[in-house]
Design a protein around this ligand. Sequence first.
Ligand code: NDP
Ligand code: OXD
Length: 312
Amino acid sequence: MTTLLIVVPPVIARLWTEPMAKYAPWLKVVIHGQDEYAPDAIDYALGFRPPAGLFNTLPKLKAIFSLGAGVDGFLSDPDFPKHIPLARFVDHTLSREMMHYVLLHVLMFHRTQRQFDRAQAQKQWAQMFPPRRTEETRIGIFGMGEIGTMAGERLRDLDFPVAGWSRTKKSVRGIESFAGDGEMEAFLNRSDILVCLLPLTPDTRNILNRKTFAQLPQGAYVINAARGGHLVEDDLVAAIDSGHLAGAVLDVFQTEPLPQTSPIWAHPKITMTPHVAAMTDPRVAARYFADQIAAHEKGEALSNLVDFARGY
Ligand code: NDP
Ligand code: OXD
């Protein structure tokens, strides 16, 4: 029998058993850390931040699936077995949740909503925080992949001037494309709101740093919904406290959960959420993984394979 090992904390793994049984009744599902299993009985593995070295103990593993879009939690293991294919979760519903998160926070900043919230808390009728001009809220998207492109297109449709920065040049209607290190400064110079939607790789780690912030216009705003490893948190706090940046929204952090000692918790100009910008829904994703495994069993190619040389 084909066997799938699910490698997430048992409390989350339990959410997967019923939908997996619905879409792949022919598959035996075992949960790491809960069920007994023989390592050589495992054909496929599905997880998010697996324990380092685990996959090397499974001699018959045919493919590994990331239940998130980001695969840094797999590739951070120096012993990750790169001869085994790794496929990530790419799905309209996940990208859409991310797009909603980005739109929400772009509009909150653009419409000065937090100032109105503070005025309301003091019972002030404060007709004094006009929204910025749409033409003057230039959005810059770091990472024009599945999610960055969807968010960029929707922001463009709301009439914001949008540009994207990626490794390779893009041609998306109405969105200016910048590519590579050589075009990064010009991209940052025109970005009043910088949205990070990059994968975390050795090239992008700490990319949101003091130098990057200095190249953004005075009063710029930063949204990081990608990975905490992209951001040098102390540099962000310093850039906000100096008055150069207007503020930030963070969904992801260098250490998760965010340590109680972090100044981010109480910073008046930082809005934070606990890595919930988008969450993989097992009721949707189980079908995607069942189809992927069925295809692989028939000798067909897997979708959304990670390129180990690029790191995403
Ligand atoms: P994709 O792989 O589809 O897109 C990645 C984009 O980043 C591509 O445009 C790529 O360029 C660009 N890129 C990669 N490396 C570089 C580099 N060195 N310089 C410039 N551009 C680079 O990823 P997704 O859009 O699916 O997801 C993005 C990230 O969002 C995920 O990796 C994950 O970390 C995060 N995420 C966070 C969630 C949350 O809840 N907070 C939920 C889901 C995802 P090119 O196109 O030229 O290859
Ligand atoms: C993802 C995530 O990568 O949820 O999908 O962070």
